[in-house]
Design a protein around this ligand. Structure first.
Ligand code: CP
Length: 308
């Protein structure tokens, strides 16, 4: 595939395998720009990127901003906490207002699942999903897949184990859609209350016993416990959760020799992963962060240079 056709990137569900491959290949060629003395290319000169974050973020927000700057776009960052939302302006009016500046791309993080599919009623800009509620986080899955491809050399035929709070995780959903398009087998594992029924229907294996499935995995994605999206009825005690689902040195010892451990961040050390494993697992998690910049450059470039 040599030509990008999508105006928006709203979810991995909507992308073909060829489109994912094109993004990963573009990211590979952009990655070295960040290691140059002069970390800038003119690829998006004259374009305007608006980062609209209605939810908090460190990695996604910073890397989209940096990605746009490295491609020479003009960037404006919107944070809900210092915006006119605090005066009662609605999200829709905010988007319509910002559309009046004629942005080319709006990067949006928002707490409402699936709402970005309606945003093109309010703006002419391309929409890039930076995480919408519990629905999708497409650039996180793309950077996870890019990291796996760089280390393993392939995305085909892998056993991918996603552990933790599957119910609330847009990262889980996007990775399931992504890895499944490359014939990799995804297993989700967590407390039964954290795994919605529909996950079995979308072709993943389900387990509530980490010790029974960990030895099979080529890639383990440990998810963050999303305290901000929890209702107490779903959540076991932290102690019970750590006992059954935390990655500990004993559990890591059961994994395959070249098993990769990923985490989207931020990590709750000693909950999802034992802090005694920090030296072992943090370098790869930081590699994910580095790869996130290349992926977001690729996404902005492909969407921003698509012929309108
Ligand atoms: N992984 C992720 O989305 O992190 P941030 O919330 O810091 O962007």
């Amino acid at each position: 595939m040599d030509k990008w056709k999508q105006k928006h990137i709203l979810g991995i569900k909507d992308l073909s395998r060829a489109e994912i491959e094109l993004i990963l290949s573009q990211a590979k060629s952009f990655k070295e720009i960040s290691r140059r003395d002069v970390k800038k290319v003119p690829a998006l000169r004259g374009k305007t990127v608006l980062n609209l974050f209605f939810e908090n973020s460190t990695r996604t927000r910073m890397s989209f901003e940096l990605a746009a700057k490295r491609l020479s776009a003009d960037v404006i960052n919107f944070s809900s906490s210092i915006s006119s939302l605090s005066k009662g302006e609605s999200v829709v009016d905010t988007v319509k207002t910002l559309d009046a500046y004629h942005p080319d791309i709006m990067v949006v993080r928002i707490d409402s699942s699936g709402c970005l599919y309606k945003f093109d009623e309010y703006t002419q800009a391309s929409i890039v999903n930076a995480g919408d509620g519990q629905n999708e986080h497409p650039t996180q899955a793309l950077l996870d897949m890019f990291t796996v491809q760089q280390v393993k050399g392939t995305l085909e035929g892998l056993k991918v184990l996603i552990v933790g709070d599957i119910r609330h995780s847009r990262v889980a959903r996007s990775n399931i859609f992504g890895f499944s398009k490359f014939s990799s087998k995804v297993t989700v594992c967590g407390p039964a209350t954290f795994i919605p029924y529909e996950f079995e229907k979308i072709g993943v294996d389900v387990s509530c016993d980490l010790d029974a499935v960990i030895a099979e995995a080529d890639v383990i994605i440990m998810l963050r416990i999303q305290k901000e999206r929890q209702s107490s009825s779903f959540f076991p005690t932290i102690r019970e959760y750590v006992d059954k689902f935390s990655l500990t040195p004993q559990r890591l010892a059961k994994t395959k020799k070249n098993c990769m451990v990923l985490h989207p961040g931020p990590v709750n050390w000693d909950i999802e992963i034992s802090s005694s494993l920090k030296e072992k697992v943090h370098p790869l998690i930081l590699k994910q962060v580095e790869n996130g910049l290349a992926i977001r450059m690729a996404v902005l470039y492909l969407v921003g240079t698509k012929k309108r």
